[in-house]
Design a protein around this ligand. Structure first.
Ligand SMILES: *Cc1c(COP(=O)(O)O)cnc(C)c1O
Length: 305
């Protein structure tokens, strides 16, 4: 239903990497699909197939005003021939921003929920209200993580990636981390970089793995020290790193997820976290659509595709 393009593997060349005797490569999931970029492609593809199987005509989901998930779901639903509804957090959300403008262009019907109701979005009462208002729909949760999404994220790694000793990625809800954990090899270590502030993420990932019966054959590690103030927050140090990374390797990053992850990996290389001979795979989970909205909000112009 959604056809994948290519996900090139790009090796990085830099004196620090030779000095530390490690190899670094980036898996460019940001290129997997023109509009359904990154990990969202993998999370959505089987959900849309399931919706079709069930005979649903409408996809309904939730997200913030700058959400990569909203952007990707609107595009994916449009491509696959579904009507889509986006419940957006905050009645005061910036309705004209580039993410929501795109979603509307793809036919997504937007509804702005006040923060109080939005917090209750997983309650039976709120669901019932949505059914009364919109009729039948196939529901995809905020961030797109459910069991079917994880079936998709299990496909990110394949035999070609067995050569790597470490796999690094950004964590939001952890749905992508869970899929990668399931498809890890016993000699591999998966390192997740939390984009949110706080240690709650350890328990949340634990619960996710238990809920979906995932026992990783490899080693799992979560880093919580690269949040730069919390979800959606940035610091000049991060912005400078992202600009440097682009000028050095030609790879654009986003400030919410991939920038923080790449910063963390580079920092860990400098601090000798990776043994000599390590081969490290960075998963570029996409999110570059958000750079336009980031510019609208902050005036900071970041490289993009
Ligand atoms: C959504 C998103 C993530 C987080 O994925 P989870 O499966 O929720 O952990 C990471 N990177 C980018 C670019 C994203 O858009």
């Amino acid at each position: 239903m959604l056809d994948a393009e290519s996900t090139p593997l790009q090796y990085l060349s830099h004196s620090l990497l030779s000095e530390k005797e490690v190899e670094l490569a980036v898996l460019r999931l940001d290129k997997v699909h023109q509009e359904v970029s990154g990990n969202k492609y993998f999370k959505l593809k089987y959900n849309l197939a399931e919706a079709k199987k069930l005979g649903e005509k409408t996809i309904l989901t939730f997200g913030g005003a700058f959400s990569n998930h909203i952007y990707a779901t609107a595009s994916a639903a449009h491509t696959a021939g579904f009507h889509s509804i986006g419940i957006i957090r905050g009645e005061d959300a910036d309705r004209g921003n580039s993410t929501l403008a795109h979603a509307q262009k793809k036919g997504m019907q937007l509804h702005f929920a006040d923060r109080e109701s939005y917090r209750m979005k997983n309650s039976a009462g709120f669901r019932e209200k949505l059914r009364a208002q919109f009729g039948d729909f196939y529901l995809i949760p905020e961030g797109g993580t459910n069991e079917i999404a994880i079936t998709g994220t299990k496909e990110i790694l394949d035999e070609a990636h067995a050569i790597f000793s470490h796999v690094c990625l950004s964590i939001g809800t952890g749905g992508t981390f869970a899929g990668l954990a399931a498809s890890l090899r016993s000699h591999q270590c998966l390192i997740g970089f939390s984009s949110l502030k706080g240690d709650f993420i350890f328990r949340e990932i634990e619960e996710l793995l238990t809920k979906y019966h995932i026992q990783s054959p490899g080693n799992l590690e979560i880093r919580t020290e690269y949040h730069f103030g919390g979800y959606g927050k940035t610091k000049p140090e991060l912005i400078n790193f992202m600009r440097w990374f682009y000028s050095e390797f030609g790879i654009p990053l986003d400030p919410i997820y991939t920038g923080k992850m790449a910063f963390g990996v580079w920092d860990l290389v400098e601090k000798d976290h990776f043994p000599k001979g390590s081969t490290i795979l960075l998963i570029h989970t996409g999110g570059l659509q958000g750079n336009a909205g980031f510019f609208e909000q902050t005036g900071i112009d970041l490289p993009t595709l």
